[in-house]
Ligand binder design. Sequence first.
Ligand SMILES: Nc1ncnc2c1ncn2[C@@H]1O[C@H](COP(=O)(O)OP(=O)(O)OP(=O)(O)O)[C@@H](O)[C@H]1O
Ligand SMILES: [Mg+2]
Length: 588
Amino acid sequence: MSDSELLPKFDLHLVRKLMASLKPYTGAVVVSLVALLVSAGAELAVPILLQNGIDKGILQKDLAHLTLVSGTILGMILLGMVASFFQVYLLSRVTQDVMKDIRTTLFAHFQRQSSQYLYNHPVGKLVSAVTSDVATLSDFFNTLFTSLLKDFLVMLGVVVALFVLDAQLAFFTVLSLPPVLVLVAFFRIWSRGAFRLVRAQVSRVNAFLSEHLQGIAVVQLFGREKASREAFAKENEGLLHANLTELMVNAVFRPLIDVLWAVSLAFLIWFGTGQSLHHAVTLGVLIAFINLVGRFYQPVGSLAENFTLLQSAMAGGERVFGYLGEARPIPDRGTRPLSNAGQGTIEFENVEFRYLPDEPVLNGLTFRVEEGETVALVGYTGAGKTTITNLLTRMWDIDRGAIRFGGYELKEFRLDSLRRGIQSVLQDVFLFSGTIYDNIDLGRGLSRDRIEEVCRQVQAHEFIEKLPLGYDTPLNEGATTLSAGQRQLLSFARVLAQDPRVLILDEATANIDTETEILIQRALGELLKGRTSLVIAHRLSTIRRAHRILVLDAGRIAEEGTHEQLMEQKGFYYNLYKLQYEKGSSSE
Ligand SMILES: Nc1ncnc2c1ncn2[C@@H]1O[C@H](COP(=O)(O)OP(=O)(O)OP(=O)(O)O)[C@@H](O)[C@H]1O
Ligand SMILES: [Mg+2]
């Protein structure tokens, strides 16, 4: 992370956006600001009332007046408390509401983006955008309104009050201001540096921790514990030093401010008392001055810190709005429902595609799958097989050429209809935390009967029934309680429940025991029956099911035919088969 990312300049454009997010809550914000004014006013009223009570009550021996003033002071303190409650409560409420809104907006925004966008934005960053970056917005509003704005009002009010009470004494008192301002400016720079250092070091420690905890098995298996521990100790030490620097800044700054306050006070007492002896200044005014100066210095101590906090909150806001301003959804301008495409043929014509600018994956790929036909696609790892399924479901869009379904280009179909009709069984099965039922239903609201029916068809019913709670068995994260084969069967059930027109099966490469293999093959029979299907096959038994085999190499079809024909050719397929399938064929 660069420095500028950690602490951006005070960006008016961003501030405007942040303020705009308050718009739905204008009423509450206005009430909160009024309450802020009231509480600042009440705070300033106290010393002024004090002056009045001393000069007109105590010194004039007017008990009735003194009682009145004391009562008013108490009233002011209570008023300030109530106003402060409303100010803080309302603002925090609004802030929480705004954060909730932005979290919702961000999540919806991410959901609309294409795989390309997600490829460029690691999940970890998106997660922290929705959680920690959004959380900094509360710092922004609270620091800005509750701390800085109120402090500023009180400090300004103090200066005004001083001059109203006694201009000459005020003038001499205010002379101590320039050193205060210089000190604040200087510490702002120092504390920014310290703050940056802490932030940078925290993110280094986090990155190190997550990597080394995720990869703990590798660390343990290779006996890297000591080296890993030492590397961590170094980062940890760095964090300690960064924190100590930050502590130091505050430890030096606050006492210095206190010294200035004390000097100012000493001066007031010395000079003010002299004036008071000459009857130029009343005792009440002098005490009010001492009180006011105290109120002036109180917020100064945290001023530098608050500025830094505000800036770091803005860095979070900048990231949040940066994400919102940047979009890369898959265009969904088609109007045609998939069901109205007549023949379910799939055609690839000179398709070119690359994930990265100069690494072509598909290079003029051309092939055709007829309605109801099962075509197997084979090729070395990395040949681009999964890529083809990504293109058919428009998880990515092609660069050149055309992909057609029933004679229409894919982009002519409505995206939701396309994805409902062309379903893929992914190579890696992703299961959500939730029950087995939820994982097959996926929020579609299917009936229990329908789900049981498809599970029977894909041979999953039997093992599900054996689970402690059957279809209601909760799956933990990653569904580690299920075997790879069982997970595969669940993913078949998901797709079959949709009854798609086209099925793409990206067969898992994971090894599966013979018994499950038989179940899967039986399930596949059910899944592929009469459906246009493209099967990326890793098992010979699956390849054998296909009517035709396409061999993918260097981004195009290198060979095509039945298993026997291709074996006879002694080309790619023959070699691939020798390498990959021959040893597996014993499991058939
Ligand atoms: N999201 C991505 N970004 C960049 N490159 C990618 C991405 N996904 C895949 N690739 C690259 O595209 C090429 C084709 O990958 P693909 O996943 O289609 O291979 P595959 O034929 O399915 O391999 P396997 O048999 O191992 O599943 C590979 O070189 C891979 O590194
Ligand atoms: Mg693949």
